[in-house]
Design a protein around this ligand. Sequence first.
Ligand SMILES: Nc1nc2c(ncn2[C@@H]2O[C@H](COP(=O)(O)OP(=O)(O)OP(=O)(O)O)[C@@H](O)[C@H]2O)c(=O)[nH]1
Ligand SMILES: [Mg+2]
Length: 359
Amino acid sequence: MNKRCKGCGAILQQEHKDQIGYTPKHDVEYCQRCFRISHYDDVTISMKTGIDPDTVLHKVEKLDALILWVVDLFDLEANLIAGLNRHLHGKTIVLVATKRDLLPETTGNQKLADFITARCREFGITISGLVICGDLVKHAFDQENHSLSEVHKAIAYYRNGQDVAVIGMANAGKSTLLNGLLKNNTLTTSRHPGTTLDLVAMDMGEYTLYDTPGLTRKDSYLTIADDSLLKQLIPDRRLKARSYQLYEDQSIAVAGLARLDLIGGTKVTCVGYFASGLKLHRGKASSADALWKAHMGELLAPALHSDPASMKCYSYTKGKDKVDVVIHGLGWFCISGDVKEIHIYVDQEVDVTFRKAMI
Ligand SMILES: Nc1nc2c(ncn2[C@@H]2O[C@H](COP(=O)(O)OP(=O)(O)OP(=O)(O)O)[C@@H](O)[C@H]2O)c(=O)[nH]1
Ligand SMILES: [Mg+2]
């Protein structure tokens, strides 16, 4: 039988240097790619768009397993999977919301749980249980990290004699969660979406625990960003609410990546939740076109392009309720008060969701 890499699940091979599973050495447990990610934070082969979500779901569907569906709380909208119950017919699904440590402490877990449950309902997804996790990078092995014991409890309660498989979007934190549950760092983790390449089966005594490759979304900044941009996009600490009181038509730039225009407003509060390294630049909506033309990629940096014409615009007519404008893979604005039109410009590839405010 072919030997698999313990970190990413790829079949180990010594023939093709530029293909997955390559290792120059005999009798090793990890492929060269996992070795380089773990030791040098270096991805030799990027797999961002290389894994077919249907193939992964098909393999998981064939398992007799409880599903732990890992959802990244920072990038919640891009992590929701429409038709999940149809893909995993008859399976019990427990949602594990992770990266709690990135969200404001003042937002209670119950409020978050209610929000996620409502969002799943709107997506037509049925889940049996929900656990909120966090701090799995720095404090996974700490006694006081209760999130992992909550996951163990959920597994014991819902498993019903089955195996357990972890699924979710690429970069959601699946392998990190499993390393926490296993209390070791066997599985390879990284900020690059597409780290795990095939199913990894781990013997837990009573059952088998499976890590799986993340499902790829094409409509997120995480998918199109290169390594240096990824470092800036992904928050490495708790998000700070960046708040603006606006009394006229204003525009807020998120570096050179997104532009929010608030039109027809008199008294508007706009709060941005983005990685701290991304500068927000506020100005008049009437001069925003000229600003972006002159400074995209310079004052407004980092940017993916230097021409604002390469961006697409989503529009939304706001009612009375607080609304979140969520930019997939980047963060979100929460807007309250009296504003008529919201315009949001993002990269052509990227999706935006308007939702009831989460926080
Ligand atoms: N802040 C924070 N970051 C986390 C947490 N868990 C995982 N991460 C980070 O999320 C990124 C992705 O983690 P992985 O465990 O590799 O994610 P994955 O879902 O296995 O990704 P793929 O294998 O690509 O599908 C890494 O940069 C982790 O450090 C958490 O609890 N808090
Ligand atoms: Mg993984």
